[in-house]
Design a protein around this ligand. Structure first.
Ligand code: 26V
Length: 820
């Protein structure tokens, strides 16, 4: 193997064909004569992965050789979606594979459709992680994602009788071409047990326990577009071999012998599908620790290969915590440095705080992670001790700066003095990190004024920064919207905009070009027809692609206010019914599209889904209304469904109560695909408005700083719904959409529950905003102008920009161009 080199596999049709046939016959024991489209997908995917593997080896070898500083993005969620098409585009082999597959009678689109989503995430936070590793790969940053390989990802949503029903996501039932098992990369992870102090040491313990699990690595390649760089997401799976009980087996107790295996597997069996609520389940804590321990052991093992002293770890590794879920990485690194490496506390703490940084993604109180001290102490006795010490030294430093302020110490302590005591994970993450960031400007301001207010006082303002989210132009423009992308390529002159989105500015030069505008509209129209077909095939509902497509797709949550949206649909239905046929004929036809999952235990959210489906059923069957108004709930929202939906929207709704949506990322995706936002002054909507200009966005509703007063007022006063909202309530209550009683709790959440999300406050301006949208849509010429100008001004929202900011201001890493 002396002359082994990474020379590229040839890209001609014959080579591609040979490699597909080789995999078909040798990997899957099929022949060209008996293959179906599933076989064709697998064989093609494996042949593409050969190429990725080659670049992947080259990347890692190169980074090792030059001792590149790496960033590790630790996240319990990676919402990846499909990989095949993404990889074909990255390798610029899409046309070649299309031709080769076409020659044997397959259509590439159908083959692509054979792949199942990797849905290892709930929503925004998990998808952001996937966009960020994509950007690292494309921008040549040496970066890895670390996560868990759940056997069951995000549940599949079925709609039965209008209700959500959950089914398991068995995504690993068929072979997964996009993962490489690494049995050689396996680490033991301990739980429970007891501590023995190492004699004559202050901070050094031996942790003894018989409960040891093995975490084994699976690597998922992240193809970089326009570069040899291939990133990696390393996912841990709980392995079971060491738990096989030979004594029981020899005694004939076969089931008992593998009992340990069953218990071990559970740790990585299932993704917690609970977006934004912390349940405090013991299994979740064990899952988080398995993840953190395996990841930190792996990072240290890689660092040690450099032969450098551990004091230099922060020079070669940066670790980003994606929310508090991986926060145990902080005490875990302390444990390794103190107990295994025998460093002093101060040495260890300096290394830890220079290595970690932390991103906060929500301020909803119910999402804040807290763990009962007794639970933590039982499962992770060593870490509990380390957390106590971290807290002790931290509080001592606070006391030194602000002597005698007992209330400050109580407020800022990592340990909450409740019964039982709780570990506040956000505070632990903050104390153990050198930078803390929010995900949009407004959100980063809010966290400084609320949850981290005392920390700003104690640790200084500079530690708290903003990194506005972004999304990958590869998947969310070039991949999902080929026709619009071709127009951008034409305007820019080449395809470089895909890795440098500042170039879309060039579109402004074409905004007055009639031919260009016509093709821009035609691209949108084609996407709308594609979505109409998709809706017909998934729901049986026939819609007209000539209607205005009004889309709200995201997790179902009270703060996102899908309820306000459906109330407005009901009001609109009422208005249409009052009109004469001649009047109705003058109205803008509209299709209101919803999709999204509710957490399995979130009853109110599930009732909202039922209400949407009940309203849809009545309106869609009303012959008098016809195409003027249609309502669709698309089941089982996913990354792949989003790739159909987003390019097809005319307007999309991002209507959270001001101050509650940290950023939102689909808002960026819709506008990047020429859609217009109807939204509140919240999250990244605000910055999108600043970039594209207020004429290009429809804002409504109260402002974040007004929310407190309204809520306070509504705690003591019944809300007064305006006529429109009252009309919607009346229609529901007089059984227009089936038994109104089942929806009374939703109405009561407004009328009797304090209207926490301020539906009654924002409804009048919401209805006004809808009118403004319709008026604007009537003028199609102006609408197209808005659409083109919006895309032209959206460069800021590429995740490449976000990642560059993190790299320069948080991680202190530089791009490394991988060469042979
Ligand atoms: C919390 C928990 C609690 C424990 C169980 C599992 C679980 C999963 C997720 C969460 C909180 C997720 C917070 C979140 O997803 N935030 C969203 O992050 C997006 C990316 O920054 C942002 O665009 C959204 O506005 C924000 O809601």
């Amino acid at each position: 193997f002396q002359n082994y080199s990474h020379s590229e596999i040839s890209r001609d049709a014959a080579t591609i064909k040979n490699s597909v046939v080789m995999h078909l016959t040798a990997t899957f024991l099929r022949t060209p004569a008996n293959m179906d489209s599933g076989d064709a997908y697998l064989a093609s995917a494996f042949s593409v992965r050969d190429r990725l593997l080659q670049r992947w080896n080259m990347t890692n070898e190169y980074h090792d050789r030059v001792n590149a500083k790496r960033v590790y993005y630790m996240s319990l969620e990676f919402l990846i979606g499909r990989t095949f098409d993404n990889a074909l585009l990255a390798l610029e082999l899409r046309n070649e594979y299309s031709k080769v597959l076409g020659d044997v009678g397959f259509c590439l689109e159908d083959i692509i459709d054979e792949e199942r989503d990797a849905a290892l995430g709930n929503g925004g936070l998990g998808r952001l992680a996937a966009c960020y590793v994509d950007s690292m790969a494309c921008s040549d940053y040496p970066g890895w994602g670390y996560g868990l390989r759940y056997k069951y990802g995000m549940f599949q949503q079925q709609i039965i009788d209008g209700y959500q029903v959950e089914a398991p996501d068995c995504w690993l039932d068929s072979p997964n071409p996009w993962e490489f098992p690494r049995p050689d990369v396996t680490y033991p992870v301990k739980f429970y047990g007891h501590l023995v102090r190492v004699p004559d040491s202050k901070h050094r313990f031996t942790w003894e326990s018989n409960v040891v699990y093995d975490a084994m690595a699976f690597d998922v390649p992240v193809p970089g577009y326009g570069t040899n760089n291939v990133g990696n997401i390393r996912l841990w799976s709980c392995k079971t071999n060491s738990l096989f009980d030979l004594n029981k087996f020899n005694a004939g107790d076969y089931a008992g012998a593998t009992g340990g295996q069953v218990a071990a597997q559970i740790l990585t069996d299932v993704l917690y599908p609970n977006d934004n609520t912390n349940e405090g389940k013991e299994l979740r804590l064990r899952q988080e620790y398995l993840f953190c321990s395996a990841t930190l052991q792996d990072i240290i093992a890689r660092f040690k290969k450099t032969g450098k002293p551990l004091s230099e770890l922060p020079d070669l590794a940066a670790i980003q915590l994606n929310d508090t879920h991986p926060t145990l990485g902080i005490p875990e690194l302390m444990r390794i440095l103190l107990d295994d490496e025998a460093l002093t506390w101060d040495e260890a703490w300096s290394i830890v705080t220079r290595t970690f940084a932390f991103t906060n993604h929500t301020i909803l109180p119910e999402a804040m992670e807290k763990w009962p001290v007794p639970m933590m102490d039982k499962i992770l006795p060593r870490h509990m001790g380390i957390i106590y010490d971290i807290n002790l030294y931290f509080l001592q430093s606070v006391e030194e700066k602000f002597p005698g302020d007992r209330d400050l110490l109580r407020r800022i302590s990592i340990i909450e003095e409740s019964n039982p005591q709780q570990v506040r994970m956000a505070f632990l993450a903050c104390v153990g990190s050198h930078k803390v960031n929010g995900v949009a400007a407004i959100h980063s301001d809010i966290i400084k004024q609320s949850i981290f207010n005392d920390f700003v006082t104690v640790q200084g303002e500079d530690k708290f920064i903003n990194k506005t989210n972004g999304v990958s132009p590869r998947r969310w423009m070039n991949g999902c919207n080929p026709d619009m992308s071709a127009l951008i390529t034409e305007a820019v002159g080449d395809r470089t905009w895909i890795n440098d989105l500042t170039k879309v500015k060039k579109l402004e030069d074409h905004v007055a070009d009639d031919d260009f505008r016509a093709r821009w509209s035609a691209a949108k129209q084609k996407n709308k027809q594609r979505l109409a077909d998709y809706i017909l095939s998934t729901t049986g509902i026939k819609i007209s692609a000539d209607a205005l497509f009004d889309v709200q797709v995201q997790r179902i949550h009270e703060y996102k206010r899908q309820l306000m949206n459906i109330f407005s649909v009901i009001y609109r239905y009422h208005c249409l019914k009052q009109m004469t046929p001649a009047e109705r004929a003058k109205e803008i036809s509209r299709v209101v599209i919803f999709a999204g999952k509710a957490a399995a235990g979130y009853w109110v959210a599930k009732q909202v889904i039922k209400l949407i489906n009940s309203v849809a059923e009545v309106i869609n069957a009303d012959a008098e209304i016809g195409d003027v108004l249609k309502v669709v709930f698309i089941p089982d929202y996913s990354v792949t469904a989003a790739e159909y939906l987003i390019p097809a929207s005319d307007i999309s709704q991002h209507i959270s109560t001001a101050g509650t949506e940290a950023s939102g990322t689909s808002n960026m995706k819709f506008v990047l695909n020429g859609g217009i936002i109807l939204g509140t002054v919240d999250g990244a909507n605000i910055e999108i408005g600043e970039e594209i200009g207020e004429e290009q966005i429809f804002f409504f509703g109260c402002l974040a700083h007004e929310v407190g007063d309204f809520r306070h007022y509504l705690r003591f006063h019944q809300p007064k719904p305006d006529e429109a909202l009252q009309t919607a309530f009346d229609l529901i209550q007089n059984n227009t959409f089936g038994d109104g009683a089942i929806f009374q709790p939703l109405i009561d959440s407004v009328l009797r529950g304090g209207d926490v999300y301020l539906l009654s406050v924002d409804f009048p301006s919401y209805i006004q905003a809808h009118k403004a949208v319709e008026d604007a849509y009537r003028n199609q010429e102006e609408w197209v102008t808005k659409s083109i100008l919006s895309v032209a001004r959206m460069a800021k929202f590429s995740s490449d920009r976000s990642i560059q900011e993190y790299a320069e201001e948080v991680w202190n890493i530089e791009p490394v161009r991988v060469t042979n």
